[in-house]
Design a protein around this ligand. Structure first.
Ligand SMILES: O=C(O)CCC(=O)C(=O)O
Ligand SMILES: [Fe+2]
Length: 386
């Protein structure tokens, strides 16, 4: 990836050049393309997963059947081995069956007697990660086993990232007979449905998997018959693979190391929609109407850069208020789109710089870092999808 460095040369007050910015953004989009071959959600039969010989400790019995029998699910709940699954509401964790009606068994309450499970799961994890467009090593940590009975569901939500490096959720539906209980995952106006073996006439004999970027909105529709039993895994990139910028301070934050997650896909879509096909950008260069008017640009400081970004902000996107660099990492970690940081020194009219942030970390050329320190010397803005 080349640096995406934009220098608003304030020697010329009109020189915030839309075509130049557009060209650079096209470069970013083009460079990102190979890394974002994946989709926001993927799934299918998991024929390679064997019967794990799974037992719920205190669940009143034997190995879970293959397919899992409904009576076993009811027994585990009746025995108290499963508890009502809560959900996050702001900072709190609450239980409300209107929002979420399912039962959870924690990993510590499960025993696995088939040693072939781990290897088969690893193969599935590689397949799932590749489908999401995430290269390199990925680890899966079991979050819990979820049991859905008649009416069981989970209203639309996004998953909280459980630990640094978590980027996706993998759901393995164990073979069981049920109807309804579809997993719907949405992103950027698209929706994927993962029904597993629900609503099919044959008796399921293999699991079914679905994986999605955890920050995609998703829901589980009500189970209309039978029992739905799923293993939920957190997919995480290991720290060694996340240490991409070589700066230990950043790794400690755990925020600069975000893998090519959903925001990248959004960035591509955004840039493509915003700029048109790569190559078109150059045709703007002689088109004065496409440039922000000098009057819109404000004084020669970061404010001017901000105005330029506003002028470039496309339909359907909005700028969020500027902050200071102290809270930048968190904000850009959370952003579903393009983050544009604009740095400048109010006490120096010249020069003003812009940095573009993509892929959850900055792609920048280190300039005069003195400009980045001290209150008021740095401002940034974020362009997000509305
Ligand atoms: O049951 C499922 O398929 C998904 C569960 C879920 O969304 C969650 O545990 O956050
Ligand atoms: Fe979820």
């Amino acid at each position: 990836m080349s640096y995406c460095y934009i220098n608003y040369d304030s020697g010329d007050n009109n020189c915030i050049d839309r075509s130049y910015v557009a060209e650079r953004l096209c470069d970013i989009a083009n460079n990102l393309t190979p890394a974002v071959a994946g989709h926001f959600a993927a799934g299918g039969p998991a024929a390679g997963l064997p019967n794990p010989l799974l037992r719920v400790v205190g669940g009143g019995g034997d190995y879970l059947g293959w397919p899992v029998g409904g009576a076993q699910v009811d027994a585990a709940i009746a025995a108290g081995a499963a508890t009502r699954a809560p959900y996050g509401l702001g900072e709190a964790t609450v239980t409300n069956a209107v929002v979420r009606d399912s039962w959870k068994v924690l990993p510590g309450q499960l025993t696995w007697d088939n040693p072939a499970w781990d290897g088969a799961l690893q193969a599935l994890v590689r397949e799932a990660a590749a489908a999401l467009g995430v290269p390199g090593p990925v680890t899966a940590a079991l979050h819990n086993l979820l049991l859905y009975r008649l009416g069981g569901h989970f209203a639309a939500h996004t998953d909280t990232e459980k630990g640094a490096g978590m980027f996706a959720t993998l759901v393995v539906t164990l073979p069981s007979v049920f109807t309804g209980g579809r997993l719907l995952v949405r992103h950027n106006g698209e929706e994927e449905t993962f029904a597993g073996y629900a609503d099919r006439s044959e008796v399921p004999t293999a699991p079914y998997w679905a994986a999605y970027y955890s920050d995609c909105e998703h829901e589980v529709t009500p189970v209309t018959g039978g029992h739905r039993v799923v293993l939920v895994y957190n997919l995480t990139r290991p720290p060694a693979d996340r240490d991409s910028d070589g700066d230990p301070a950043n790794d400690a934050e755990g925020v600069l190391s975000t893998p090519p997650v959903r925001k990248e896909l959004t960035t591509i879509l955004t840039l493509r929609g915003w700029l048109g096909a790569p190559g078109q950008a150059n045709s703007d260069s002689d088109d004065d109407a496409s440039r922000p008017a000098a009057a819109d640009l404000g004084p020669p400081s970061w404010v001017r850069g901000t105005a330029a970004v506003r002028a470039l902000t496309p339909e359907g996107m909005e700028m969020v208020p500027s902050g200071n660099d102290g809270d930048l990492p968190t904000r850009w970690y959370r952003t579903y789109g393009l983050v544009v940081a604009l740095a400048g020194a109010p006490n120096r009219a010249d020069p003003t710089y812009g940095w573009y942030f993509v892929r959850g970390r900055e792609e920048r050329e280190y300039g005069d870092t003195a400009q980045w320190s001290g209150p008021g010397h740095t401002a940034w803005t974020t362009v997000v999808r509305k």
